[in-house]
Ligand binder design. Structure first.
Ligand code: MEV
Length: 450
């Protein structure tokens, strides 16, 4: 029987939970209890979260960790990171400490231009459309005055609008391609509002344009929307030091390490299968800070991966070189971020993250986020080209496995000590906990002292 429902959004939160519990769970009471267990005891705080989205039934936790010891452009930071993946925060912290002893990270914002487009169909003479566009361009801009006043006060606004003829790719398809400076806001609402106003002006003006035929007058706007591809909103983060200084407490040979590290980066530059994983490692750092600071990680992900394929083949976002004995490792990527608007002033933990970072403006936040990505990539490549990723990863993963096995605090303590000297794997941890739970003093040597 269908479990469809109409009017679900109108139900109270309790009614929604009751309906879901009854219809989708073998133990309705247990499911409803679990859902409620994650509510915040502070009713006002819970209501705030309820109202972020629709049909909220509870909260879904993501740990917020911090990576200390970052030095960026000479300033010290502790970086908040919201992620579910073990090792990410530890790796960032390690890379931060490593590089803070070697001059720290340097970051520069290259440009900050955002893009939005009105996509429309015009069946007619292209030259007439161009002349029409040139004539109405001032009106397109002045028509948004009520939307742009505040942004202009902050030094931002519409940068330009161009008419783009895309008919060679799709019959009768044109765009108004607009560029914006949205200052410290990510700008999605501002851009989309401006675009919808452009679209209105475009349609109205076309209808009154005497030089157009009836068909030309009735150009059809398909949609007006910002683009998450922002190749001119980019930031560069970099570290460098003499190759000899790449040695660390593990006694790695710096020359050999640098050479393997560079080769690993070159592999990611030419091999898409590797590049995707390489960049995923970068995004481990980037997304964690983007989420902690209340930014749109889907927009960032989409834009970054489009940028990584801009040359026609997906490639590494980071690069490395050795010149005159100096090892340099850097990345360049697009980041459309905001430090005002959206969740930034609404979510208490987002506000906390911003304050922890010293309340950066959008450009500073771009630098911090890019650095988190570079640090993460450095840590991953260092592990991959030396010990292998599993050693550190599985140690961090140990706690997840212990939690899955519902280990007690005492079992966890014993397991952590045991796995300091033994290889972590799911089955090894399982066996160890089994043996602890079925402890037989007669087998103490076999079970625990080997
Ligand atoms: C795991 O989340 C990320 C890595 O796979 C990144 C990489 O391979 O560079 C370790």
């Amino acid at each position: 029987m269908s479990k469809g429902i109409s009017g679900f959004s109108k139900l109270s939160k309790d009614e929604k939970i009751g309906w879901i519990a009854q219809n989708y769970f073998s133990n309705p009471e247990g499911a409803a209890d679990l859902i409620r267990k994650y509510w915040n005891a502070d009713a006002a705080l819970q209501q705030l979260h309820d109202e972020f989205i629709e049909n909220t039934i509870t909260n879904f936790y993501l740990p917020l960790g911090v990576a200390p010891n970052f030095t960026i452009n000479g300033r010290e930071y502790i970086i908040p990171m919201a992620t579910e993946e073990s090792s990410v925060v530890a790796a960032a912290s390690k890379a931060a400490k490593f590089w803070s002893a070697r001059g720290g990270f340097k970051a520069t914002v290259i440009n900050t231009e955002k893009i939005g487009q009105v996509h429309f169909i015009y069946k007619g003479d292209a030259a007439k459309l161009q002349a029409f566009f040139d004539a109405i361009k001032p009106k397109l801009i002045s028509g948004t005055a009520h939307l742009t006043a505040n942004m202009q006060k902050r030094g931002g606004g519409i940068l330009d609008i161009a008419l783009r003829n895309k008919t060679s790719e799709l019959p009768d398809y044109y765009q108004l391609h607009a560029t914006f400076d949205t200052k410290d806001s990510m700008g999605a609402n501002f851009i989309n509002s401006c675009l919808e106003q452009f679209s209105k002006t475009l349609k109205e003006e076309a209808l009154n344009h005497d030089a157009f035929t009836d068909e030309e007058k009735n150009l059809q706007v398909i949609m007006s929307i910002l683009s998450n591809y922002v190749p001119n909103c980019t930031v560069r983060a970099e570290v460098s030091c003499p190759v000899a200084d790449l040695c660390d407490d593990k006694g790695i040979d710096p020359e050999e390490f640098a050479s393997k590290f560079l080769t690993a980066v070159w592999i990611a530059e030419i091999e898409p299968y590797r590049a995707v994983t390489h960049n995923k490692g970068i995004m481990n750092g980037i997304d964690a800070v983007v989420v902690a600071t209340g930014n749109d990680f889907r927009a960032v992900e989409a834009g970054v991966h489009a940028y990584a394929s801009a040359g026609g083949q997906y490639t590494s976002l980071s690069h490395a070189k050795i010149e005159d004995g100096i090892f340099t490792f850097w990345l360049e990527l697009p980041l459309a971020l905001g430090t005002v608007g959206g969740l930034t002033s609404l979510h208490p933990l987002v506000r906390l993250s911003h304050e922890m970072l010293g309340n950066p403006n959008a450009e500073e936040l771009m630098q911090i986020v890019a650095v988190a990505g570079l640090a993460q990539n450095f840590a991953a490549l260092r592990s991959l080209t030396t010990t292998g990723i599993q050693q550190g990863h599985m140690k961090m993963h140990l706690m997840n496995i212990l939690n899955q096995l519902q280990a007690t605090d005492s079992e966890k303590g014993q397991a952590v000590r045991h796995f300091e000297k033994n290889t972590v794997s799911h089955s090894a941890v399982h066996d160890y906990i089994d043996r602890l739970r079925n402890f037989d003093p007669a087998n103490i040597e076999k079970d625990f002292l080997q």
